[in-house]
Design a protein around this ligand. Sequence first.
Ligand SMILES: O=C(COP(=O)(O)O)[C@@H](O)[C@H](O)[C@H](O)COP(=O)(O)O
Length: 382
Amino acid sequence: MKTTLSVIKADIGSLAGHHVVHPDTIAAANKVLAEAKRNNIISDYYITFVGDDLQLIMTHERGELDTKVHETAWNAFKEAAKVAKELGLYAAGQDLLSDSFSGNLRGMGPGIAEIEFEERPAEPVVIFMADKTEPGAYNLPLYKIFADPFNTAGLVIDPTMHEGYKFEVLDVREGESIILNTPEESYDLLALIGTPSRYIIRRVYRKADNLQASVVSVERLNLIAGKYVGKDDPVMIIRAQHGLPALGEILEAFTVPYLVPGWMRGSHYGPLMPVPQKDARATRFDGPPRLVGLGFNIKNRRLVGPTDLFDDPAFDEVRRTAQIITDYIRKHGPFMPHRLEPEEMEYTTLPLVIEKLRNRFKKETDMYKTKPSMYSHESSQE
Ligand SMILES: O=C(COP(=O)(O)O)[C@@H](O)[C@H](O)[C@H](O)COP(=O)(O)O
């Protein structure tokens, strides 16, 4: 019997702005999940939050995209959003883009990371949950964890890992995916995932036996809704140890607070700061973007744990570096490269402001005409 781990998240409204989930909304979601556990729809669950995102962590034996499990998550979010509305919380129901549930949650707003596997005798997993950023934020750390021997010693030392990993990359603009093998196609992989707004690592497999090691929620709300409705605040599952990266190799990838898109109004680059659960609240300039990591073991679908992985002085210096970067980059105010590039700003409210200026531009010359984008699928010869 296989086990499925489903991590499903949504922003259903929060306290004092886009800041933190209210405990009453967690309690409302808890009632729904407890009932689903009694009815054997799910085997076990744990509810938590990062910033304004409610996170449902569930185990079951129903596989990925299961209607009953997804309906349970939808109902939990709906009940929580109802409480958010009663309390007058901010942006109540924000990520619930549809009025009614049909089939599964894909395209309906919530972020979904699910992985189905045969439980190993001991099955350690790490669940990462971020606020005020988007799924491509995990591209760089995932590359480090599964393809960079300077991060992951096991790629050199452990014979089970030595063959390398396969990365499934999704092009969220074209709706296409590609599988690339490392180490031999590392440079091709980097050519794509260095544009994390478009090419997102969705799954990672161990090459030796196709064992799935990781999955990322790749929903991009703004592309689904066609306008800015908050960031996608991604979740990621990584299985650890025994022929997979060790817990410490996974965490090592977060010792640099890399710049990620998101932060204030989903429009700015800022450092991804790993924090303990108690600090999982967006504050300064609605951030800086936060990352929480919870470690569990799964035994016969029971969630054992969690341990709060960034609640550790070993990450104090990373947080301090994040503060220094925050001070520095904030000084750029509305200027790039703090503010996102124009293509990404399309999904914010900035185009409304630019539109007002459109008629005031006067034609000058053709010499600045742009060429087709290198990534557009039309040929430049045509
Ligand atoms: O990015 C943000 C919210 O994203 P989130 O809901 O966390 O996905 C915030 O910075 C808001 O954009 C900002 O607080 C302005 O919000 P509004 O006043 O427009 O709702």
